[in-house]
Each structure stands twice: as structure tokens, then as C-alpha cells.
Design a protein. Structure first.
Length: 155
């Protein structure tokens, strides 16, 4: 990816870019609620630098200075951003649908609610498999990936 493209994609998150001898560090500001999946950590050193403010943290993504490693770093950052934005949008949509159901339940009679049916889009059962979360049955591996937060890096 061309640096200007990467900077444009990450401009809402990018705090700084540092050259550290033969490594480059992209320091980004993410919400504390964002998660990093295990597969997003492959090939890139990720270091939690600390709090930026009450709602955000600074995370450094470090790789060697060469085209292939920097490309992996850029793809990793892009994947994390897209994953978490989609996750936030899904949470908002879920809350909206729950509110719709609450409204329906408040207005309808019990007998009407017993006959309530949901039309789903084909393949909705596999919705989470397509975005990398895996099985939605709540197995421990899925829960771990969903809840994995950046960790402190100490040297």
C-alpha cells in the first residue's frame, strides 16, 4: 500500500509514525472497547502504550522496515479497524432491533406474541463465521477472541 493511502485510511486513528533503527512504529489511538483477534497479531508486534484519554488507548504496531513487513502491518491495522467498526455497527443494530421487539411486546397481546415469527435472510446462522469470529454457540475459543484486549508491553 502506498503510504498516502494508508495515512488516509487511518487518519482518524493515526497519532504518529516513528522510525526506530531498522523498525517502524505506527502509533494509533483506538477505543478501549476495541478488540484484537488472535489472527490480527500474526507478523506484527503490537504494544499497548497506555491511555490516551478516558475512552481511548494508544497502541503501537511495529515491524521491520521492508516492503513486505510494512505491508503486513498496514493490512493488520486495516483489518482491526474494519473488524471493530463492523462490530460496533452490529451492536447498534442489535440494540435497535431489541428496542423494536420491546415496543412490539408492549403493544401486542400475549396470544399475538405467541404467533410471532421471524423472517431471516438465508445464511444468517453463519453470519459470524464470515467475519472471523467462528462458531456463535459461545465456545471458549470464540469468547476468548472476542474479549482479547491489547496487553501492556514491558521491557
Amino acid at each position: 500500500m502506498i503510504y498516502s493511502e494508508f495515512i488516509n485510511k487511518t487518519k482518524d486513528y493515526l497519532k504518529s509514525v516513528r522510525i526506530l533503527k531498522d523498525h517502524v512504529s505506527f502509533d494509533l489511538i483506538f477505543k478501549k472497547t476495541w478488540v484484537l483477534t488472535k489472527d490480527s497479531r500474526k507478523g506484527v508486534e503490537i504494544i499497548k502504550e497506555g491511555e490516551y484519554d478516558n475512552n481511548n488507548i494508544v497502541i503501537s504496531f511495529v515491524s521491520k522496515i521492508n516492503d513486505s513487513d510494512i505491508e503486513i502491518l498496514e493490512e493488520t491495522v486495516d483489518k482491526i479497524i474494519r473488524f471493530n467498526i463492523e462490530r460496533e455497527e452490529k451492536e447498534k443494530l442489535f440494540k435497535s432491533k431489541v428496542d423494536e421487539l420491546k415496543s412490539i411486546f408492549a403493544k401486542k397481546q400475549l396470544e399475538d406474541l405467541k404467533n410471532l415469527k421471524f423472517d431471516t435472510v438465508d445464511g444468517i446462522e453463519n453470519l459470524f463465521d464470515n467475519d472471523g469470529l467462528g462458531d456463535t454457540k459461545g465456545d471458549s475459543e470464540t469468547k476468548e477472541r472476542e474479549e482479547e484486549k491489547p496487553t501492556e508491553h514491558t521491557e
